[in-house]
Design a protein around this ligand. Structure first.
Ligand code: GDP
Length: 282
């Protein structure tokens, strides 16, 4: 992944989130709609405590809409308001802003009850790397406002982005770590693009992905790569896709590595369809 999470980094990132938390009324907890559990920080409840929170399922354009609806119900049933967005194209973002504004009202009312003048509500975005924090902030800012790159521990002069009449957003997102020690979670993070290629073995990830596609979406696989007789064996499928794409090594062997990277990329970008990789544990 982008950041090497050492215990020192994790403590520093957590401190930074906790510091910024004091300045805001609401936290937008950004998750990947395809893997809401795996893209969640394992200590999130302890970090955010009782701060009002909106769970936002991003990249909903890439997720199975029916499963996203199940997740939204799940979070709501746990007392966490939730909304699905697509920061890339803007769907759901207005609703997200309206919900955030509403969640901030009790804090603003409390503030005014102490005899102070009304102030704008403040919010911040937190989430694991690559969940779309910068893209969401940029979209809300209407320009390239969010800093790119994920470097925990780098604090600059924070800036606030005005969202409508009542709300301000901190331009610096809080970066949290995922549960990367669990292999199943690491697989889901890798296949959705939250972990960079340098850290994992694409062939390993791809075999797992192709098996999943064979089990869950064989027709999509066959159609996309024009595989008339879809083999049952994962490596045979990968070979056939390599042939279809013409990924040959010298000597005429299929370049399995290149094919694996290609299939993962296609899956991540939604070229094979909209898929969610997990359901809530009830
Ligand atoms: P950050 O590390 O959380 O700030 O993530 P970024 O904002 O850098 O986004 C990571 C990647 O996800 C980028 O390639 C974005 O283009 C992509 N991305 C972010 N949001 C969406 C979304 O809603 N839909 C799709 N399809 N891609 C998105």
């Amino acid at each position: 992944m982008d950041i090497q999470w050492y215990p020192g980094h994790m403590a520093k990132a957590r401190r930074q989130v906790q510091q910024n938390l004091q300045m805001v009324d609401v936290v937008i907890e950004l998750l990947d709609a395809r893997i809401p559990a795996s893209s969640r920080n394992p200590d999130i409840n302890a970090i955010l405590k009782d701060k009002p929170r909106l769970v936002v399922l991003n990249k909903s354009d890439l997720a199975d809409p029916e499963i996203t609806a199940v997740w939204l119900d799940y979070f709501t049933s746990k007392g966490l308001p939730a909304v699905a967005v697509d920061a890339h194209h803007g769907a759901g973002v207005k609703k997200m802003v309206a919900l955030t504004e509403r969640l901030a009202q009790p804090a603003i009312k409390k503030y005014m009850a102490r005899g102070r003048l009304a102030r704008l509500a403040r919010c911040m975005v937190v989430g694991v790397p690559n969940v779309g924090k910068s893209m969401l902030i940029n979209r809300l800012a209407g320009k390239k406002a969010a800093r790119t790159g994920n470097r925990p521990g780098v604090t600059r002069g924070e800036q606030w982005i005005k969202l409508g009449g009542k709300l301000e957003l901190l331009d610096t997102p809080g970066i949290l770590w995922p549960k990367f020690e669990d292999p199943e979670t690491a697989y889901k993070l890798a296949v959705t693009g939250a972990i960079k290629e340098q850290i994992y073995n694409p062939e390993e990830i791809c075999t797992k992905l192709v098996q999943w596609l064979l089990d869950n979406a064989p027709d999509a696989l066959a159609k996309r790569y024009k595989l008339r007789d879809l083999p049952e064996n994962v490596w045979e499928v990968i070979e056939k896709i390599g042939v279809y794409r013409g990924f040959y090594l010298s000597g005429g062997r299929i370049d399995e590595y290149k094919t694996a990277v290609f299939i993962i990329k296609e899956f991540r970008e939604g070229s094979l369809g909209k898929y969610s990789l997990e359901l809530p544990l009830q």
